[in-house]
Design a protein around this ligand. Structure first.
Ligand code: ADP
Length: 707
């Protein structure tokens, strides 16, 4: 049926000019025709066969009737000949020539009483002149005496023939008109005897009545005809209407007269069921046709079921192909019997490759349960362990696994974690035929889990940092007072020393105390900037001099710079305008960039460590012109801040992810610094970019609008 569909579909493009509706109808007609053609052929053949059989049966019957009639006719002819033969003998027994005339007459008379078919017996001499004659007692005299002369032609021909044959001979029949009885056909018999002839005149009608069997006459019409078919006399039943005629003819072949016996039989027109044979054949035919019809119905039902089955199979296939879960079925020997496309995609092998290995392994497994190689998606280092587990499971000792984690290997050798759900495969007879497993590739899940774990750790780290910040704020607050006390005590001591006058030793002490005051001042300055950095919460934009921004972060930068041995170089253009910014955020940007730069130079072999901070009117950076037109139509000018180092530089790999949150190459890094910096700069309308420094290192530049 599917073939028929396919042909129907294929036929469509061949008649592109036909309207779609007609093409569809044509295709349907074709498929219908192809589907029913064989059935039609079969039905026609059966019909032809049956009608042939019925026709043959009818014909057989007709032939049988005809044969029976022929048989009857032949029997009648034989009987007739024998009777006529006997008659000749009886005639001879009258012994003409040896008896006198009256004696012969009485013998002949006796004979005529016995034989009704005879009209008259004559005894004639050699020259055919009548010697004596006797007429039948059953009829009035028909043959006039004067017509029975020696020259009578019928008798003459019969006797001439008899003489010639040397035995009895018959004349051809002739019609004898009679006044009362309406005339009759008469045939002469001439028998040569001692010194003359005996002539017997036969009434042909009586010959039929007397000598041809009475049974024959009752059912048929019996007639004598001439050789050309001319009917002479006939007796028996005449034809009934609605009947069919059967005819049989046979030559009686009397010496001198080629007489024919014709028998016409009638039978009713053949019935629909003329006999048992035909009835039987018809019954069988009806049975055959019924079986044919039942068969056709059955085929139709089967076709429908087949179509439904194909539909549901296609649906199942589509389902299996579209699920993202890998599916695998194995038989009880552990041989792979089915894998879905998702499984193949997961492990990178084609279904054929997996099956091929499964087959060869299955045959191994029968011989040796610990057959080594294992499935192609088993990691080589774990194959042994997996094999052991599988053998155990196939032995039936282990319950089905649910949500079991394992590691598989792709065709390219990479490993990946999978989650396995396994269940016994039960067939329609409720017998376990194998195992069905579903696989979920959990590598992505693992990656996300890993990422969230790292994020979690960094969050904890930043929480710790916040605490440190908090503590630093307290610390700075606590330290301000002792530092202020130290400073005032120092200046008090200085005043006292100055009042006491300037001796050499005192000058030295004054010098030392001045230094103490200076250092206390400086420590207070550092502490204040830490406090400011941690505490300041205002988010307002204000005009800030670039120098002020640098000065605010410099103490903190110097803290780290001193530790790492980094020299700081400042380069600020003369008379720079103030920038419009949120100073806390911009300070943090500067601090981050400076810290990153110093960390980049913290590699062991780096001898020269210089951090350059530059502020200049911008020429062109990151596509931003030195002057742009803002929304209000005013010309905006920009300042560019650059932080340059001569550290390890940024590789291409790192460069592509530099601004991605949480991307870091440092063990203790958060990976948030640069992404925050960019956000801050962009919030101010500027741009943050980086490029390689010459001869090495990196330069980060960002722009801020002039106030
Ligand atoms: P963190 O400093 O916490 O790692 P950042 O976002 O500030 O996070 O930096 C991300 C990464 O960018 C750093 O781990 C480092 O690899 C790289 N990077 C930043 N600045 C520089 C620089 N000046 N030179 C070389 N690499 C740098």
């Amino acid at each position: 049926m599917r073939e028929a569909h396919a042909t129907a579909n294929a036929a469509q493009p061949r008649s592109p000019r036909l309207p779609r509706g007609i093409a569809l109808a044509w295709g349907r007609l074709r498929s219908l025709w192809q589907r029913w053609f064989l059935w039609l052929l079969l039905a026609v053949l059966v019909l032809v066969l049956l009608s042939t059989v019925v026709w043959l049966a009818g014909r057989h019957e007709v032939e049988q009737v005809q044969a029976a009639l022929d048989r009857d006719t032949a029997d009648a002819v034989v009987d007739l000949r024998a009777s006529l033969q006997r008659n000749v003998q009886s005639l001879r027994a009258t012994q003409p020539g040896t008896v006198d005339s009256p004696q012969w007459i009485s013998a002949a008379d006796a004979l005529l009483r016995e034989h009704r078919e005879w009209l008259r017996i004559e005894w004639r001499d050699e020259a055919l002149r009548p010697i004596a004659a006797v007429d039948t007692p059953y009829r009035p005299r028909l043959l006039p005496e004067q017509s029975r002369g020696a020259g009578q032609s019928d008798v003459a021909t019969a006797c001439a023939a008899a003489r010639e044959l040397g035995g009895p001979a018959y004349s051809s029949s002739h019609y004898l008109p009679a006044v009362e009885a309406g005339g009759m056909e008469v045939m002469e018999l001439c028998v040569p005897v001692e010194g003359g002839y005996l002539v017997a005149s036969h009434s042909l009608r009586d010959v039929l009545l007397e000598l041809v069997g009475p049974t024959l006459k009752r059912r048929q019409e019996v007639a004598f005809t001439e050789i050309d078919g001319t009917r002479l006399v006939a007796v028996g039943t005449s034809r009934r209407t609605g009947t069919r005629i059967f005819t049989s003819q046979q030559q009686v072949d009397l010496p001198g007269n080629p007489l024919m016996l014709r028998v016409d039989g009638w039978r009713a027109a053949p019935d629909l069921f003329p006999n048992v044979l035909t009835a039987l054949v018809t019954a069988v035919s009806i049975a055959l046709i019924s079986v044919l019809v039942l068969l056709a119905l059955d085929t139709r039902r089967r076709l429908r079921v087949e179509r439904d089955l194909a539909d549901s199979l296609a649906f199942r296939k589509a389902m299996e192909d579209s699920v993202v879960t890998g599916l695998r079925a194995r038989d009880l020997q552990g041989r792979l019997t089915y894998v879905n496309p998702a499984f193949c995609d997961m492990v990178g092998f084609t279904a054929d490759e997996l099956m091929a290995v499964g087959d060869s392994r299955g045959s191994d497994a029968r011989g040796d349960a610990s057959g080594e190689s294992g499935a192609p998606y088993w990691p080589t280092e774990l194959a042994h362990e997996y094999q052991r587990r599988q053998t155990l499971r196939l032995a039936g000792g282990v319950p089905p696994r649910e949500g079991f984690e394992s590691v598989f290997m792709r065709k390219d050798g990479t490993r990946f974690p999978v989650l396995i759900f396994e269940a016994p495969l039960i067939n329609a007879q409720r017998v376990q035929t194998g195992w069905m497993s579903a696989f979920i590739d959990i590598s992505e899940q693992r990656r996300i889990e890993e990422l969230s774990r790292a994020t979690q750790e960094r969050l904890q780290a930043s929480a710790r940092l916040a605490t440190v910040g908090e503590m630093a704020s307290h610390l700075s607050h606590e330290l301000t007072q002792p530092l202020a006390a130290i400073a005032s005590y120092a200046s008090g001591s200085l005043n006292l020393l100055e009042q006491a006058g300037g001796a050499g030793a005192d000058r030295d002490v004054a010098m030392a105390v001045r230094r103490i005051a200076e250092q206390a001042e400086r420590a207070g300055h550092v502490i204040r900037s830490v406090h400011d950095f941690v505490r300041r919460r205002d988010r307002t934009r204000e005009p800030v001099a670039p120098q002020a921004l640098i000065d605010a972060v410099l103490p903190l930068v110097q803290l780290q710079a001193r530790k790492l041995g980094v020299r700081i170089e400042l380069a600020l253009e003369e008379q720079l305008p103030a920038v419009m910014c949120d100073r806390t955020l911009v300070e943090q940007v500067l601090l981050n960039l400076a810290r990153n730069a110093m960390q980049a130079m913290d590699a062991p072999g780096t001898r020269e460590r210089v951090l350059r901070l530059r502020v200049a009117r911008v020429v062109r950076v990151g596509g931003a012109e030195s002057a742009t037109i803002d929304e209000a139509g005013d010309v905006r000018r920009w300042l560019e801040f650059a932080v340059a180092d001569i550290g390890i530089g940024v590789s291409d790999d790192v460069a592509s992810q530099l601004f991605t949150p949480f991307f870091t190459t440092r063990a203790d890094g958060m990976g948030l610094g640069l992404s925050l910096c960019r956000t801050v700069v962009e919030q101010h309308g500027g741009a943050l970019v980086f490029e390689a420094n010459r001869p090495r290192g990196t330069v980060f530049r960002f722009t801020l609008p002039v106030a």
